[in-house]
Design a binder for this molecule. Structure first.
Ligand SMILES: C[S@@+](CC[C@H](N)C(=O)[O-])C[C@H]1O[C@@H](n2cnc3c(N)ncnc32)[C@H](O)[C@@H]1O
Length: 426
């Protein structure tokens, strides 16, 4: 490898990191800028950016260890990102030291603001290449890689041991879960539960056998459970609220339900339609605000997959802890309450309403349900049984609701954190 090998990948990773950390752009959106690179460079850029975000707290602590007074962010251009990404390459990605350090030096040389800091970058990364792994080994990784506001919430909600297990589950690269449309075998993957097949190593899905045929779709194992809680939906109407990109719509349609999918964002609904088309499944698609829209008649089954802070999906979205804040939890909770009241009005007497969210925060999950039941006496909880969760009783909390955690199924690669409650209308 010459000195400039990997330059494009590293420059792209830097751009992604600054888009996420300075402009709070979601990682997937920021990574779109890497699509023009050749696949090897794009893969390297993605690995640097994702791993830096997964280990951000540890990397910041590591850099502070060697540079107690880092240059001011507004004066140093991309220097903070160059140091973070370079340190990540050295201690977590096992890039050979000369390549990681030279790569960082080239990035500094190419930027007017960063070039003055090249000697500092060079010296710090050389020290990290020699002593960095010892510093990392002595760190409290779980506590460092979750911002305090979020970690303290998890300790309150789940206790310290579980909060740590959750944080540690975010350190690995998550497996890829595929949901089979019917009784097909997904080549190269292992069955997990229900219709879920798991591939240990993530890869480009559109190159896998069965993609073009529409045999399966990508959905985390935990995300398949809420729709399953509705029970047998064959031939009956199901209203699927907040439906895009349509993982749960596909599940319901594949189970034979007559689905009405409601989604507020037109572009996301287009994505849902395209997903259903590839899968040869169909649903009635309504682009509207679920708080305003009402069906002609209430339905026997309603699924509400409420928008939330998505803290249960940090394994797949490692930027979330760094771009969300406690005020997002408050905002999303209020919206979830309004959506729940609307969903209740759409549920027929004797019908079932499942409320789900991919958040670990109680305000967006169990506290919503307690408040909803207090203001809606004609609804009551229908607690889950082991059969509802394929025998995994650890997925059911004391109230009988679904509560999966990223540290569940640890030996098989974990799962997203999902909450769901099943409610019956009198
Ligand atoms: C958690 S995602 C849904 C995931 C989807 N159910 C699935 O399984 O693929 C939440 C969705 O709710 C949509 N949304 C947010 N507020 C909404 C509202 N008031 N009415 C309808 N959809 C809404 C968002 O645009 C987003 O697509």
């Amino acid at each position: 490898m010459g000195l400039s090998a990997g330059f494009e990948a590293r420059a792209a990773a830097l751009q992604v990191l600054s888009d996420v950390l300075r402009r709070r752009k979601p990682l997937d959106a920021a990574l779109e800028s890497t699509h023009a690179l050749d696949p090897r460079d794009a893969g390297f850029a993605r690995a640097i950016a994702s791993e830096t975000l997964r280990r951000l707290g540890q990397l910041e602590d590591l850099i502070r260890h060697f540079v107690p007074k880092p240059p001011a962010r507004n004066r140093a251009g991309p220097v903070p990102e160059i140091l973070l990404a370079g340190a990540c390459e050295l201690v977590f990605l096992d890039v050979p030291p000369h390549a990681a350090v030279d790569g960082a030096n080239c990035l500094a040389k190419a930027d007017q603001k960063a070039v003055h800091f090249k000697p500092l970058i060079n010296a710090v990364l050389r020290r990290i290449s020699r002593e960095g792994k010892d510093v990392i080994a002595a760190q409290d990784a779980a506590a460092l890689n979750v911002p305090d506001w979020l970690f303290s919430r998890w300790i309150d909600a789940y206790g310290e041991e579980t909060a740590r297990a959750i944080a540690e589950a975010h350190h690995g690269v998550p497996p890829l879960d595929l949901v089979a449309k019917g009784p097909v075998t997904v080549e190269g993957a292992a069955p997990l539960f229900g219709s879920v097949w798991r591939l240990k190593d993530p890869m480009r899905v559109d190159t896998l056998p069965g993609f073009a045929e529409g045999d399966w779709w990508v959905q985390d194992a935990a995300a398949t459970l809420p729709a399953h809680l509705l029970g047998d939906v064959k031939g009956v109407r199901v209203i699927d609220l907040c439906a895009a990109p349509g993982g749960k719509t596909a599940e319901l349609a594949a189970a034979g339900a007559l689905v009405t999918a409601v989604e507020r964002e037109p572009a996301r609904m287009d994505q849902l339609r395209a997903n259903l088309e590839r899968l040869h499944l169909s649903a009635e698609c309504v682009v509207d605000d679920a708080r305003e829209w009402r069906p002609q008649e209430p339905a026997p089954f309603v699924l509400l997959d409420a928008p939330c802070t998505a803290t249960g999906t940090i394994r797949r979205h490692p930027e979330l802890p760094w771009i969300k804040s406690a005020s997002d939890v408050t905002m999303q909770s209020q919206l979830a309450g309004e959506l729940l009241d609307a969903a209740a009005e759409m549920t027929a007497p004797g019908g079932t309403l499942v409320f789900a969210t991919c958040s670990l925060e109680r305000e967006e999950g169990s506290e919503q349900i307690e408040a909803f039941l207090a203001r809606n006496p004609d609804f009551s909880r229908a607690p889950l049984t082991d059969a509802d969760v394929f025998g995994h009783s650890e997925f059911v909390d004391a109230a009988g609701d679904l509560r999966t955690l990223p540290c569940h199924l640890k030996d098989q690669g974990g799962m997203d954190g999902f909450y769901a409650a099943r409610l019956k209308r009198a």
